[in-house]
Design a protein around this ligand. Structure first.
Ligand code: BTN
Length: 362
């Protein structure tokens, strides 16, 4: 039998015995399980069981009962414990090494450390809550407890660094398919990494890599999805939404994550086998941003307006600059340019030379 690298002990990672406590309660849902039995089966004292039950309640898990009577789950919780995920992902690249945190600063930060420490491909870092979730361009990612999916995948592909952006776009396609299958919602893909619905952000992807000039050493793909949030802080409420709000009902995060990881594995294997052409064509087919949209592109202090004309084979956005050449946009903030269209007397589109208000990435 192949020997697996032992899972590292990470500071703050969920104690496997808490996950075992949850699994035991979930397997006996609605039946009272005595504190003594739980303590015996998971190998801790009854007072530790009590402490952990209190912790789970703080996380919104509906555990009823008392130390002297025993405990039962009123409802099977939607917590992304490694046990539950592993059961659902048997044989998958992503079911083997799952590092779960109830609370962590950033799953990307942990995954980067794991990558440097030699953690194998396929490791998944999950959190119920992030205190310093990272977004693109130095933005924070709002990561409310137990409502969203905050996941980072570690990959070690034999690819050149120039191909890494395609992995971000591929992850967007995988998330798009998983969300469609679970909720029926057809999201828009905003180049390069946003999942949008009716102009509001539902999810985003932050890929970071460690590479040599010609070869990626490892890539981490961080995926944040707004699943069951009912409201957002005032600064985000106009620009962010969740699947719960848009579909009108709560969604199982566990189901969605399982679908997402399965889709991702299929897309990843195809990408490695066939290259990125299908990522580009699928992205163009699903994104209203890729072709024919008036946009404003901002990169640092520079900004310009134009119309998108497609994607390059490396996944850069091609924009026909107003009064200028086609520009290859590798990075930057691209937003729809609604304010600049003026229809003149011959029904021709002209542009006004004004700066418009831009939505900030969430
Ligand atoms: C974006 O700005 O659109 C990218 C957001 C990426 C957020 C996810 S949540 C899981 C992972 N951990 C992080 O700190 N960030 C990514």
């Amino acid at each position: 039998m192949a020997k697996h690298k032992p899972q590292p002990t990470l500071p703050g990672v969920t104690d496997r015995r808490i996950a075992a406590l949850l699994t035991l309660l979930a397997e006996n849902a609605t039946i009272v399980v005595s504190g003594a039995r739980i303590a015996r089966e998971i190998g801790v004292s009854r007072s530790t069981v009590w402490r952990w039950v209190t912790r789970l309640r703080e996380l919104g898990v509906r555990v009823k009962g008392e130390q002297h009577t025993g405990y039962f789950l009123e409802k099977v919780p939607d917590i992304l414990t490694p046990d539950m995920l592993r059961q659902r992902l048997k044989g998958s690249l992503f079911g083997k090494r799952v590092h779960h945190f109830f609370k962590v600063d950033s799953t990307n930060r942990v995954a980067l450390e794991l990558g440097h420490a030699g953690e194998p491909e396929g490791a998944v870092v999950l959190a119920e809550e992030q205190t310093a979730g990272r977004g693109r361009a130095g933005h924070a990612w709002h990561s409310e407890r137990a409502t969203g999916i905050y996941a980072t995948l570690l990959l070690r592909p034999h690819l050149a660094p120039v191909q890494a952006p395609l992995l971000t776009m591929m992850a967007g396609l995988s998330a798009h398919a998983a969300i469609r299958a679970q909720t029926g919602l057809h999201l828009d893909l905003k180049w390069p990494n946003d999942l949008m619905f009716r102009g509001k952000k539902i999810g985003g992807i932050l890929t970071e890599m460690h590479a040599e000039p010609a070869q990626i050493r490892f890539v981490i793909v961080g995926i944040g999805l707004n699943v069951n949030q009912e409201k957002f802080p005032p600064e985000l409420s106009g620009i962010a939404s969740s699947l719960r709000v848009e579909s009108g009902k709560p969604q199982s995060r566990l189901e969605l994550l399982v679908r997402l990881l399965r889709e991702f594995e299929t897309d990843y294997n195809r990408f490695l086998a066939e290259g990125g052409a299908s990522v580009i064509s699928r992205f163009c087919g699903l994104s209203s941003y890729a072709q024919g949209l008036r946009v404003c592109v901002t990169n640092g202090k520079d900004s310009f307006t134009g119309v998108t004309t497609g994607l390059s084979p490396e996944g850069s956005l091609l924009v026909q600059r107003d009064g200028g050449p086609i520009v290859t946009v590798i990075a930057g903030d691209v937003t729809e340019d609604r304010s600049a269209i003026v229809v003149d007397s011959r029904s021709m589109n002209r542009t006004k030379d004004t700066m418009k208000s831009r939505e900030e990435p969430v």
